[in-house]
Write a protein that binds this ligand. Sequence first.
Ligand code: ADP
Length: 323
Amino acid sequence: MKRIGVFTSGGDAPGMNAAIRAVTRTAIQNQLEVIGFIGGYSGILQNQFRLLQARDMANILQRGGTILKAGRCAEFFRPEGRALAARNLKEAGIDGLICIGGDGSFTGARALFLEHQIAVVGIPGTIDNDVAGTDFTVGFDTAVNTALHLIDKIRDTADSHDRLFLVEVMGRNSGFIAAYVGLAAGAEEVLVSDFPVPVDSVIKRIQEAIQRGKRSSIIVVAEGEKSGRVYDLAEQFRKRAGLEAKVAILGHVQRGGSPTAADRILASRMGAMAVDALIKGHRDVMVGVQAGQFVLVPLELAIQKNQKQTPQEFLKLVHYLAI
Ligand code: ADP
């Protein structure tokens, strides 16, 4: 193995730069050349790449986003697109490819391996923490902390004005951010799509809290299929029970910012391990962390849908502690 490629794909996540740095410098330590493809799979299809040097990695560890740009690529869903990508990779002399992204990106990477025998290794990078086979993904801890700081600020107003707040956090098909931030912020209730709760039960819980003397409450809601459903929820509260709720949608601030120490460490360890795995001949795997141990997980497992539910014990503990 002489030359490897690396790219970031799907949505960006804080810590992706730390992973790129670890991949590049580990490869250089092992006398490998590193090619960075720009803009995810599109960069491979359009031959947009550059040689990455150790010095290019200076001062990116603490930066959010990704210096390689991220993105989605419709052409890669088609076999012809993947065939072109494989040709380009072979022409560029790439012996192994490291994909930093989520389960969608890994599905594409796996197809590239199965159809064209490209040696791929994945590093899970997404704020949603919705990749199976790893307890944590790069970016999740930062997103939780960003949301937490914002909710702490909202709580000041909720408390000063005796208000009920509905706060929408990111997580399309995943309730991880909501569950973690809900517990950390002392929310009254956390609403996620994989454990749906009837509106009337939520209203009853809030009414009971008011009767117990609670004057302000925060309900954390995972965005689900479409951002903005918290407005419908606030409307239902008003119509069904005359409860006035303020709405805050945290939005894309959760995707950016300087990665936390936990994310930088996770990304650095995963980046180094991914290169090591390629050198040792592993293919079609993702680097994961399970119960504190770093492991290689077959991509086939990592891309399975609905394998990773929102931790229900978090939701129960939120209720238990919100008396
Ligand atoms: P994430 O990796 O964060 O889950 P996406 O699901 O948007 O993000 O996937 C990123 C890109 O990966 C897609 O735009 C596409 O190029 C590629 N991809 C996703 N799913 C597949 C698939 N089933 N087959 C081939 N390529 C895919």
